[in-house]
Design a protein around this ligand. Structure first.
Ligand SMILES: Cc1ncc(COP(=O)(O)O)c(C=O)c1O
Length: 451
């Protein structure tokens, strides 16, 4: 009763009519999740038409045409509709920050959640918006309710962010952390789906509470058979009481925006990704999808600004009612709002092309690269040639050459390559829908010159 009175009074106190948008689901000075639906003036003429040819897709980017950009896994260049939306919202915020924030944040957040849910074949209420994969993984792993005697299982091949978040989480909770190898040491190219599933299934123990994996390894380009691993986890969970069930958590950043897969098909409990890599979304955006069970079994780390109950309970000197939800786990604080609000444009850009066409094209370009590298004398390929075990990343080394030296020489020849930030360093290419087959040929020619 008290809380309802408070909301009513606060809403009435807001002078501008537009500011009431912030009161719809939560608190007036905490811009809330909005209603969804398009606001007028959102879409410029032609920005919703299907994108059917790859030259037109490429023309949406202002990438320097003198360079071959094989670095999609690193940080996005934004296509035209995303750039235009960021500019539009930045201008509005600069012109009238308070009124713009109060009027726009609820609806715009709602649209971003709706677009993310449609893309992932999920529900908007199951998604928390974050600012990066790193933030999402940190929130999920820090939020685990673990204790001494519990175990967290991950793989030897995961990225720094997963390993470090889990190490810190276990340090706080007293749970133990174990790593399993999915393929022979130093030979990701020798991985097989059967062996990976067997390795994970065989490593699950009665005390295992969390399985943390990465969909596509940024250290090798290896893609995991998530659905089969999900089934192995479900089999291990069968018959366990809810409190003892394993949570299957995925760093999905290098599959998200590449693969034609929704979350239901992955069989995971938490799916974490940034939106500023393969999705070409605004920099500083990301998301966490969680099943209701996953959210329920977690604790927030950063106070939410969109969970009305948490905010109002604080004002009433009480403890919030109810279980953890995506809204309650959503990190509060003011954001780079113009970036978060432009997120729907990134999803719209992908849907204008089509998730399946993007997957097909990315796989074809990377296949061209992988086969070309495999056929180059003096080059060792570390990414599996089997198309079902890779996505958009190809890793290799040049015999007798330090990877930094090789990547440096490629960059000087105008081919943007990176080096894997792992103990085992490889040179790395990541082609995407903004590349052309002719660019892959040129990149391969540059590698042949090195080798
Ligand atoms: C597997 C993996 N996870 C997470 C990240 C970090 O992503 P973000 O920049 O969105 O935090 C990276 C970095 O490229 C990565 O390779």
């Amino acid at each position: 009763m008290l809380r309802r009175t408070f909301i009513k009074e606060t809403c009435l106190a807001m002078a501008a009519g537009t500011a009431l948008a912030g009161c719809r689901q939560g608190n007036a000075d905490v811009p809330s999740q909005g209603r969804g639906g398009d606001a007028p003036g959102d879409r410029a003429e032609g920005r919703s038409a299907p994108l059917t040819d790859w030259e037109t897709v490429r023309a949406q980017f202002v990438l320097n045409p003198d360079r071959i950009h094989l670095s999609s896994l690193f940080i996005a260049s934004n296509p035209e509709p995303v750039r235009a939306a960021i500019d539009r919202y930045r201008r509005a915020l600069d012109e009238d920050p308070v009124a713009t924030l109060l009027a726009e944040n609820g609806p715009r957040r709602g649209l971003a959640l709706k677009a993310a849910a449609e893309y992932l074949d999920a529900e908007a209420g199951e998604i928390a918006l974050t600012e990066s994969t790193t933030m999402g993984l940190g929130l999920v792993y820090n939020g685990l309710r673990l204790g001494p005697g519990d175990e967290v299982l991950t793989t030897e091949h995961d990225y720094y962010v997963t390993h470090e978040s889990l190490r810190l989480s276990c340090l706080r909770s007293g749970a133990s952390l174990r790593k399993v190898a999915l393929h022979p040491a130093g030979r990701p190219e020798a991985a097989s789906a059967d062996a990976m599933v067997e390795a994970v299934a065989g490593a699950l123990r009665p005390e295992t509470r969390v399985l943390a994996v990465t969909w596509v390894h940024s250290g090798s380009g290896l893609k995991l058979p998530l659905a089969r691993i999900g089934k192995a986890v479900a089999a291990a969970n069968a018959g366990r009481p809810e409190a003892e069930r394993i949570l299957f958590c995925v760093d999905g950043v290098h599959g998200f925006g590449v693969e034609d897969t929704g979350v239901a098909e992955m069989g995971c409990d938490f799916f974490v990704s940034g939106c500023h890599k393969w999705l070409f979304g605004p920099r500083g955006t990301g998301l966490v999808w969680g099943s209701p069970r996953a959210w329920r079994s977690s604790l927030p780390t950063i106070p939410s600004f969109i969970d009305g109950e948490a905010w109002e309970a604080w004002r009433d000197g009480e403890v919030p009612d109810g279980e953890t939800t995506a809204a309650r786990m959503s990190p509060g604080g003011f954001k780079a709002f113009e970036h978060q609000w432009a997120l729907p444009e990134a999803f719209a850009f992908h849907s204008r092309i089509g998730r399946s066409r993007i997957a097909e094209r990315t796989h074809a370009l990377n296949g061209q690269l992988v086969e070309g590298l495999a056929a180059t004398k003096g080059v060792r390929l570390h990414t599996p040639r089997d198309g079902s075990l890779r996505a958009g990343i190809a890793c290799f080394s040049v015999e007798g050459m330090d990877p930094f030296e090789a990547a440096g020489r490629l960059n000087r020849r105008g081919v943007v390559a990176t080096v894997t930030p792992y103990a085992q360093r490889y040179v790395r290419f990541a082609p995407s829908i903004r590349n052309l087959p002719s660019e892959i040929d040129k990149a391969l020619a540059a590698v042949r010159e090195l080798a």
